[in-house]
Design a protein around this ligand. Structure first.
Ligand SMILES: [Zn+2]
Length: 270
């Protein structure tokens, strides 16, 4: 062939799923299970297949003939990953990449237990780190970043028997220090919440992802998966605006405003 080109692995990110009886959650990330199934069915109909996570981390180049690839990722480690999302993915022939917050595992019924994490791992789903406490890594001292990433890595290895090689950033926050320390600990890749084009996805240490939100229309979902230029542009503008807002009002105040806004929106829907 000799005609190798950058792979077009689409990386999409979910959090939890909300079940039919539940009202909309307050942060806008949990999507109804029927929307999730419609999106997964769309991936299947369009011919997307799972990218191998190991190949994604280790082989930079994938030939174009290998077709449309997707990584279906989940952040946080919500219980619905086990009860609904993964069983549904399995029905359609997909596996998930689960970035779990290890300090939250087993703490309450909204989150996975270690037994469930192990079961998902044994069924072929990939378990990776989302830190230990979900505090934003870029807001920590170097030593704390080191402890977060090492502890979560060690816990996942202890409970699944497999050492994670990647992490996703709580709140999507990172800086150069986070990347340097993660590399020192042997992490091969950092997954962000920033949408990037397929070309940039494969370059460097940070991998961009398309976040799937509550109420996202089918055409926006399709555009996000395909990485359509207009969609990436609009998402990057939103991403930058959030960054600017944070730098004006400060990280903590920004979080309060963010939560209030989504609470207000979810109340409006009832
Ligand atoms: Zn998170």
């Amino acid at each position: 062939m000799g005609d190798e080109q950058m792979s077009t692995v689409s990386i999409i990110t979910y959090h939890g799923l909300s079940l039919p009886k539940n009202e909309a959650d307050e942060n806008g990330y949990n999507i109804p299970v029927e929307d999730f199934e419609r999106q997964i069915r769309w991936l299947k109909e369009k011919g997307y297949v799972n990218a191998s996570f190991t190949s994604y981390l280790h082989d930079r180049r994938v030939t174009a003939e290998q077709g449309k690839k997707v990584l279906i990722t989940f952040d946080d480690g919500e219980k619905s990953n086990f009860t609904h999302a993964c069983p549904l993915l399995e029905q359609y022939g997909y596996l998930a990449v689960l970035f779990i917050t290890t300090g939250i595992v087993q703490t309450n019924r909204e989150f996975l237990s270690w037994h469930q994490v192990k079961q998902l791992s044994d069924r072929g789903h990939v378990i990776q780190s989302h830190g230990h406490t979900h505090r934003f890594l870029s807001s920590m001292e170097d030593e704390e970043i080191f402890c977060e990433l090492r502890l979560s890595r060690d816990l996942i290895e202890r409970y699944t028997g497999k050492r994670p090689e990647a992490f996703s950033c709580p709140g999507g926050r990172y800086d150069r220090r986070v990347m340097r320390i993660a590399r020192e600990l042997g992490y091969r890749k950092m997954f962000t919440s920033r949408p990037m084009s397929a070309l940039f996805l494969q370059q460097g240490y940070a991998a961009g992802r398309t976040m799937i939100h509550q109420g996202m229309g089918d055409s926006a979902f399709a555009a996000g998966v395909r990485g359509d230029a207009w969609y990436l542009l609009s998402q990057n503008v939103t991403y930058m605006m959030k960054g600017i807002a944070r730098s004006f009002v400060g990280e903590n105040r920004y979080q309060q405003l963010f939560n209030m806004y989504h609470l207000w929106r979810s109340m409006g829907k009832k």
